[in-house]
Ligand binder design. Structure first.
Ligand code: FE
Ligand code: FE
Ligand code: ZN
Length: 277
């Protein structure tokens, strides 16, 4: 069965988010671990988590994906900015173990802000090597980026370079964002096979653990990051459907980050479920 969901708000707790996911036909969901712009995470409620885990089991929600606040920058030049990023990632990873075992946690690799890609990658891996623990059950995902500004991770080679330098690589994976890769110049519309081949050759498809399923408001290779509803952007519904149905991507969870309300996501999920049956 297709594993598909959307980005939902965690403000009313985990049981609520699971019910909300089910109400839109989803069997997974993504959530921000805290306010997307940063700030303190809410305390975890153990009763809420017990209910949540039982709902996931009962209704076959096999996995969920947490998203780090997008304002943190592990590649920043300022040591305080980096140490804030490290603290946030570390805290979030420990919370993930309390929420539920064997889940996914996605973050944006960071922006080198003029220091150069090489230096940015060194700073990111320094932090990752301090926070990844052998005993953790959460898989940390590097998100593929569009390459706006000085973002690292818009080329598969950059992602691989980060993974190469991780001392405990068992807990690291990749989340491919369809809007970002298309904006970064990977043509998933006219040549999906070649893009997947390249991903496999450079990173390895075994590292691909999640897909952000978005259309793009801006054209191919624009290095912008503007998500569109499915079928309302430059990628189009057909190309996204083709991707969702691709045999190499079977069993990978898909997450809509389209500008929608619950009803809009319900429609998009229904569309992909119908067409992939
Ligand atoms: Fe993201
Ligand atoms: Fe994304
Ligand atoms: Zn994006």
């Amino acid at each position: 069965m297709l594993i598909i969901g959307a980005h939902l708000s965690i403000s009313k707790g985990f049981e609520h988010i699971a019910q909300e996911a089910l109400s839109i036909g989803a069997n997974t969901f993504q959530f921000f671990t805290r306010n997307p712009r940063g700030g303190k995470a809410k305390d975890l409620d153990s009763n809420d988590l017990i209910q949540f885990r039982s709902t996931c089991q009962k209704h076959d929600i096999p996995i969920c994906l947490a998203h780090a606040p997008y304002t943190i920058n592990p590649a920043a030049e300022n040591p305080q900015t980096r140490s804030f990023a490290e603290q946030t990632l570390k805290e979030d990873l420990s919370r993930m173990e309390q929420i539920s075992k064997n889940q996914l946690y996605n973050f944006h690799p960071g922006s080198h802000v003029g220091q150069g890609i090489e230096q940015g990658i060194s700073l990111i891996t320094e932090i990752l090597n301090r926070i990844i623990k052998p005993e953790q059950t959460t898989t940390l995902l590097l998100e593929t980026m569009s390459g706006k500004g000085s973002e690292i991770g818009s080329r598969f080679e950059e992602i691989q370079e980060i993974i190469n330098r991780i001392q405990i690589p068992e807990h690291i994976g990749v989340c491919l964002d369809t809007c970002h890769v298309y904006s970064a110049g990977y043509d998933i519309v006219s040549n999906l096979e070649a893009v997947l081949e390249e991903f496999d050759k450079i990173i390895g498809l075994n590292r691909l653990k999640a897909i952000h399923l978005n259309d793009s408001l801006t054209p191919f290779n624009s290095h912008k990051d503007r998500h569109a509803k499915i079928g309302e952007g430059s990628i189009g519904a057909d190309a996204l459907l083709h991707l969702v149905s691709h045999p190499l991507l079977k069993n990978i969870p898909f997450y809509l980050e389209t500008p929608n309300d619950l009803q809009g996501w319900a429609q998009e999920i229904a569309f992909f479920r119908e067409k992939t049956q």
